[in-house]
Design a protein. Structure first.
Length: 273
């Protein structure tokens, strides 16, 4: 039995199938951990959703910003962007079942000392606290009032965490940290415009994982989202968005022995930064 964590898919279905063949994935024995952003920008978002959903308990996926964008568009709240490739899902006969499944996925998963998130963890959160906060939003997304939450989900404020926050402001910070975070101040104030390489981070900000005395530093955090960052493979930090969509490889790592697996992109789109 093995557990494989896999970087952002973003609709790159053919590469995902090739990667699963390379690792000889056996759903009867092995587990897949997806860092989120299963859909959008690539050509096979519908096929990716159907495949991951079909894996049942053999796959765990956390929600990324593109996944939540699809949920918002499906709810009639979000607007399609010119670069979106979600039409096949929205026109699919199993659309309702796929979206019902998608919005019941996690924002964070913690198991055997590994914390799986899409984008990042605020420096003031322990792994245990991160999972508890994720549950607050997960419960809302799975409930009957999820459309009210989606209508208030977007926005950059508040930019940092305060335990006294409540309601939609509290949940917005939680969602932004887990699905949009790349850089923040040492005090944990988030910035969302920056998408580039580490050496170009604006003054006063750090990668979220570079904040001194970050409370999750003793946990191995596995994440994606930041394709310009590329592969990071350290003792307590694994970044897996290697930019398959933009021409880089799709990457998986076997958590038991840290062996890496990669397949090449077959049909890249233009870079986004």
């Amino acid at each position: 039995m093995a557990t494989y964590a896999i970087g952002d898919i973003q609709g790159c279905y053919n590469e995902l199938r090739q990667l699963l063949e390379q690792i000889r994935f056996d759903p009867a024995q092995d587990k897949l951990w997806f860092v989120g952003d299963l859909v959008n920008r690539g050509p096979g978002s519908l096929e990716v959703l159907r495949l991951v959903r079909s894996l049942g308990d053999s796959a765990i996926t956390v929600l990324g910003n593109h996944d939540l964008h699809l949920v918002a568009v499906d709810a009639g709240i979000g607007q399609l962007h010119r670069s979106d490739t979600l039409d096949s899902i929205l026109a699919a006969p199993d659309r309702k079942e796929l979206l019902h499944w998608l919005r019941r996925q996690k924002l964070a998963h913690f198991e055997n000392g590994h914390l799986l998130v899409h984008a990042g963890v605020l420096p003031g959160w322990t792994a245990e606290q991160a999972v508890e906060l994720a549950h607050e939003v997960e419960d809302t997304l799975r409930g009957d009032a999820y459309m009210d939450f989606i209508a208030h989900m977007y926005g950059n404020n508040p930019q940092g965490w305060d335990e006294e926050l409540s309601g939609y402001k509290r949940q917005r910070v939680i969602v932004n940290a887990f699905t949009r975070l790349r850089i923040c101040t040492p005090q944990g104030e988030m910035e969302f415009k920056f998408k580039g390489e580490v050496e170009n981070i604006p003054e006063g900000y750090l990668p979220w994982f570079g904040v001194p005395k970050r409370k999750s530093r003793d946990t191995t955090v596995i994440f994606g989202h930041w394709s310009a960052l590329g592969l990071v493979h350290k003792k307590r930090l694994i970044a897996l968005d290697t930019g398959c969509l933009w021409g880089g490889p799709m990457t998986a790592i076997r958590l038991e022995d840290r062996q890496l697996f990669q397949v090449s992109c077959s049909n890249p789109v233009a870079k986004h930064w």
